[in-house]
Design a protein around this ligand. Structure first.
Ligand SMILES: Cc1cc2nc3c(=O)[nH]c(=O)nc-3n(C[C@H](O)[C@H](O)[C@H](O)COP(=O)(O)OP(=O)(O)OC[C@H]3O[C@@H](n4cnc5c(N)ncnc54)[C@H](O)[C@@H]3O)c2cc1C
Length: 324
C-alpha cells in the first residue's frame, strides 16, 4: 500500500478497484440506523464517523423519549448500542471525516482525512452542529466558561452560577441537568414565552435553582482569564445590564453539516439537503437522512427512522444496479 505525503492512501487497494456498495457519512442515530439496516441486508456498509461519535445524542445526559427505554437511556450509551447492533451484522465503522465529495458520476468519490473511497451509493447523515451567538467573548472564553455541552462540562460548575441561552427543549433539558451541579441556573431567553414542551417547562418552573431572564439577549461575554459576567440587553426597553456568572451554556439551534455537498445536491436556503419521501436527493444513488435533511423534527427517533428508510431505499437502488 502506498501512502502519499498528505496521508492519503493512494490507489490500488482492493477497495479502490472494487467500489463499496454503501458508504454512510455520520455516526449519529441516522447514520448508525442506516448501517444496521444495510448490514442486515448483507451490504457490509462502511460508516465514516466524523468527529462526534454517536452524534449529538451523545452530548446529552439522558434521553427519555426514545422508545424502548422506559427509564430513559444515556445519550452516549444509546450511541454505543446503535453501533454494536450495526457491527453485529457486519457494518464497519471508521473514525475519520469526509473532507470532499464528487457526486458528478458514479461510483461516487469520497475523500477523507485518511484516504479516498469509491462507492456505488452514499447515505449522508452528517447531522447538524450547534449555532454560535457570534458575540464578543464567545470564542475567547470557549473552554473557559463558554460551552455547548452540559453533559461534558457541567461537572466543572459545581456550586457555581451559570446562565443558559435559549428557550427550546435543549435549553431546558440541559438547564435542568446543570442544576445537579450548579448553585443557580439562569435561563436567558429573547422572548417572554418558551418553545420547549410542556413537561420540560413544568419541571423548569418547579425547580428552585432555575431562574429566568425574559426578553433579553447577550451582547458580550465578559471576563479576564475566564467568564465573569454576561452583558444583557432587554429587547423591549433597550436597557443594558451586566449579570455576573461563571459559565455560559448556549443552546440556540443548529446548522446542518452539509457544506461539503453545496453545488452538488439541491438544498433549501438554510442548507438542509432536499429529499423526497424516499430519502432520495437530487442525485440518484445519494440519500440523506436525519438532521442534515430535516429542519422540522430533529429527534433521535425521527433521525433513526430516516436513516433506516435511506438504507432501505439505497438497497433497492443497488438491487436495480445488480450490485446487491
Ligand atoms: C444537547 C442536546 C440534547 C438533545 N436531547 C434530545 C432528546 O432528549 N431526545 C431526542 O430525541 N433528541 C435529542 N436531541 C436531538 C438529537 O440528538 C438529534 O436529533 C439527533 O442526534 C440527530 O441525529 P443525526 O444522526 O441526524 O445527526 P447527528 O446526531 O448530528 O450526527 C451527525 C454525525 O455526522 C458526523 N459528521 C459530521 N460531519 C461529518 C463529515 N464531514 N464526515 C463524516 N461524518 C460527519 C458527526 O461526527 C456525527 O457523528 C438533543 C440534541 C442536543 C444537542
Amino acid at each position: 500500500m502506498e501512502v502519499n505525503l498528505t496521508g492519503l492512501t493512494s490507489a490500488n487497494t482492493e477497495e479502490d478497484k472494487n467500489p463499496l456498495k454503501m458508504l454512510i457519512l455520520g455516526s449519529g442515530p441516522a447514520g448508525l440506523s442506516a448501517a444496521l439496516y444495510a448490514a442486515r441486508a448483507e451490504i457490509a456498509p462502511l460508516v465514516i464517523t466524523g468527529m462526534e461519535l454517536g452524534g449529538q445524542a451523545a452530548l446529552t445526559h439522558t434521553i427519555e423519549n426514545y422508545p424502548g427505554f422506559p427509564e430513559g437511556v444515556g445519550g452516549s450509551q444509546l450511541g454505543d448500542l446503535f453501533q454494536k447492533q450495526a457491527e453485529r451484522f457486519g457494518a464497519r465503522v471508521e473514525f475519520d471525516s469526509a473532507t470532499a465529495v464528487d457526486l458528478s458520476s458514479r461510483p461516487f468519490k469520497v475523500t477523507t482525512y485518511n484516504r479516498e473511497y469509491l462507492t456505488e451509493s452514499l447515505v449522508i447523515a452528517t447531522g447538524a452542529s450547534p449555532n454560535r451567538l457570534k458575540i464578543a467573548g464567545e470564542e475567547e472564553f470557549t473552554g473557559k466558561g463558554v460551552s455547548w455541552c452540559a453533559t461534558c462540562d457541567g461537572w466543572f460548575f459545581r456550586e457555581k452560577d451559570v446562565v443558559v441561552v435559549g428557550g427550546g427543549d435543549s435549553a431546558l433539558e440541559e438547564g435542568l441537568f446543570l442544576t445537579r451541579y450548579a448553585k443557580s441556573v439562569t435561563i436567558i431567553h429573547r422572548r417572554d414565552t418558551l418553545r420547549a414542551g410542556a413537561i420540560l417547562q413544568n419541571r423548569a418552573f418547579a425547580n428552585p435553582k432555575i431562574h429566568f431572564i425574559w426578553n433579553s439577549v447577550i451582547t458580550d461575554i465578559l471576563g479576564k482569564d475566564a467568564v465573569e459576567a454576561v452583558r444583557l440587553q432587554n429587547v423591549l426597553t433597550g436597557e443594558v445590564t451586566d449579570q455576573p456568572t461563571d459559565g455560559v451554556f448556549i443552546f440556540i439551534g443548529h446548522t446542518p453539516n452539509t457544506q461539503l455537498f453545496k453545488n452538488q445536491l439541491e438544498m433549501d436556503d438554510l442548507g438542509y439537503i432536499k429529499t423526497n419521501m424516499l430519502m432520495e436527493t437530487s442525485v440518484p444513488g445519494v440519500y440523506a437522512a436525519g438532521e442534515a435533511a430535516d429542519p422540522n423534527f430533529r429527534q433521535v427517533v425521527t433521525s433513526a427512522g430516516m436513516g433506516a428508510a435511506a438504507a432501505m431505499q439505497s438497497i433497492k437502488f443497488l438491487e436495480k444496479l445488480g450490485v446487491d
